[in-house]
Design a binder for this molecule. Structure first.
Ligand code: FE2
Length: 283
């Protein structure tokens, strides 16, 4: 089964949002949506999400799932906005509870946060997008809760692998583990070689246009971090050394507090203004 896939690439954060469906007029899933957020002004905008809304309406699709591959640290989710515009249930991996707990000290959480997503996927859980059969794959490592979504011959890999010339996702966030990521990626690379893999991000090297689709065969042959033949020990050594050089993502503090709460923005305070919190010296 070969679903139709429309990608929306957000140049600001390098994130790719996907609409997955069988044909016009059918049910669809929206994966990893983006609420635009400018950290300089604190201004949010739905410009990126509205491109998705327009596409879904133009193709007469019914949004049934608003999926997150994980709690992103680089952008805010637009799932609540999309749900209001289009309907659909939010879903993420069940291990999100571990991520919510890991950040509980930094961001005091409203009661019931564990129920903020409409659905928590168990490993290998099968679900439907209209006539399309889908499966949630637990692929931890970048975070404990990362999921990939297998829909027909396509797999939306979240933050596991990036394009072959970029490599793999970092593993130094709370609960991250390079050895675990290695095993998750190896499992994805055991899928049939022609399987289409869709990246959650692309950070293209200078001189190349952004791309986000690649096959299992191409990753196995060419991925600079984890192609066939790279051992777990070599990968962990490389990943650990590299992660030690990386700055925190610009939006990690705004993004995490919103995304572990299924993308819900904080309630307005008495003056009618919503505030994000920046914990000092907690990271
Ligand atoms: Fe991520």
């Amino acid at each position: 089964m070969k679903p139709l896939i429309q990608a929306f690439h957000d140049k600001n954060t390098g994130t790719v949002t996907y609409v997955v469906y069988q044909n016009d007029g059918a049910d669809c899933a929206i994966i990893d949506s983006v609420l635009d957020y400018d950290p300089k002004s604190g201004r949010t905008s739905t410009a990126s999400a509205d491109l998705v809304v327009d596409f879904v309406r133009a193709h007469r699709l019914k949004a049934v799932w608003l999926l997150e591959t994980h709690a992103h640290a680089d952008h805010l989710s637009a799932a609540p906005y999309l749900s209001r515009q289009l309907g659909g249930r939010t879903g993420i991996g069940a291990q999100i509870a571990v991520v919510q707990q890991a950040f509980a000290r930094m961001f005091p959480q409203r009661p019931g946060i564990e129920r903020s997503f409409d659905h928590l996927f168990q490993p290998d859980e099968v679900f439907a997008i209209g006539a399309l059969q889908a499966r949630a794959l637990h692929v931890p490592g970048h975070t404990p809760a990362d999921m990939a979504y297998q829909i027909g011959d396509a797999v939306f890999v979240g933050d596991t692998m990036f394009m072959p010339d970029v490599g793999t996702a970092r593993c130094d966030f709370p609960g991250g583990c390079a050895a675990t990521l290695y095993r998750s990626v190896r499992r994805l690379l055991e899928l049939p070689p022609q399987t289409r893999l869709f990246m959650c991000h692309d950070y293209p090297p200078a001189g190349r246009e952004a791309r986000w689709e690649v096959t299992v065969a191409e990753q196995s042959e060419n991925n600079i971090h984890i192609r066939a033949g790279v051992t777990e020990e070599q990968f962990v050594e490389m990943r650990t050394r590299r992660d030690a050089t990386l700055d925190m993502p610009v939006l990690i503090l705004p993004a995490i507090q919103v995304n572990i709460n299924a993308g819900q923005l904080p309630e307005a305070e008495e003056n009618g203004v919503r505030y994000l919190k920046i914990p000092l010296n907690a990271f």
